[in-house]
Design a protein around this ligand. Structure first.
Ligand SMILES: *[C@@H]1O[C@H](CO)[C@@H](O)[C@H](O)[C@H]1NC(C)=O
Length: 224
């Protein structure tokens, strides 16, 4: 009897594979019931046919689970693709070359064009305009470090920049005094932004920045 039940199970397993689940189980697919066996004679009455029915139910459930898993997996793959397409991070500094140079002062606020690009993932920082265009809504981290050199001790130093979103000031970094010949300042800020927002650093009216080896930097990345 035991061998007989096993034979029925094998038959159920392999017979259903042909028109349903096509999973990783490998083996011959043409196991036949022994001619004249109880199962072959009366499929509805024998005890092994109850087992066949259970196996069939299990298989239906397995097929449904597999279909659900496949659909969830393709959803996850699509989300990952969107995340990769929307990634945004850049880090730039004022001067491309290593020489000492100052920019400003100007009669009004001017966008700072950071020439040297350390990193521009996604290409959302425009090196000719100095503007970062937000690729997707989210929380972004920005860091602006400025540096300037008054040229001589006790000469007036005026280093001031404003981080602007769509032309409006979000944060400023400022060093205006006559105490130091050189000074640095950093502003770090987290901003909730929308796709298409334009973010740039402006050199404020009357201020000037000096650089030699990446003293002035502007960086941002999408936090989430
Ligand atoms: C940078 O901005 C300029 C002026 O708007 C535009 O012509 C250029 O195509 C932009 N560059 C990139 C890489 O988007």
């Amino acid at each position: 009897m035991r061998a007989f039940v096993l034979l029925c199970l094998l038959h159920a397993s392999f017979a259903q594979r042909r028109n349903g689940w096509d999973g990783p189980i490998q083996g011959p697919s043409d196991v036949e019931l022994a001619p004249g066996s109880e199962c072959a004679a009366g499929l509805d009455s024998c005890s092994c046919c109850l087992i066949l029915r259970d196996v069939s139910k299990l298989r239906t459930k397995l097929d449904a689970t597999l279909a659900r898993l496949e659909s969830e997996s393709s959803l996850a793959t699509r989300s990952l693709g969107r995340l990769e397409a929307g990634r945004a991070a850049f880090s730039v500094s004022l001067l491309k070359d290593g020489g000492f140079r100052c920019i400003g002062p100007f009669g009004g606020d001017e966008v700072v064009i950071y020439e040297h690009v350390f990193l521009n993932l996604g290409g959302h920082y425009n090196g000719s305009t100095g503007v970062f265009t937000v690729p997707q809504a989210g929380l972004y981290t920005f860091a602006v470090t400025l540096h300037s050199d008054a040229g001589a001790p006790r000469s007036p130093l005026a280093a001031c920049t404003g981080l602007q979103v769509n032309g409006r000031v979000a944060a400023e970094a400022r060093e205006q005094n006559a105490d130091d010949q050189e000074d640095s300042a950093t502003a770090v800020v987290l901003l909730q932004l929308n796709a298409g927002d334009a973010v740039a650093v402006k050199l404020l009216k009357g201020c000037f920045l000096c650089d030699k080896s990446h003293y002035n930097t502007f960086s941002a990345f999408l936090l989430y």
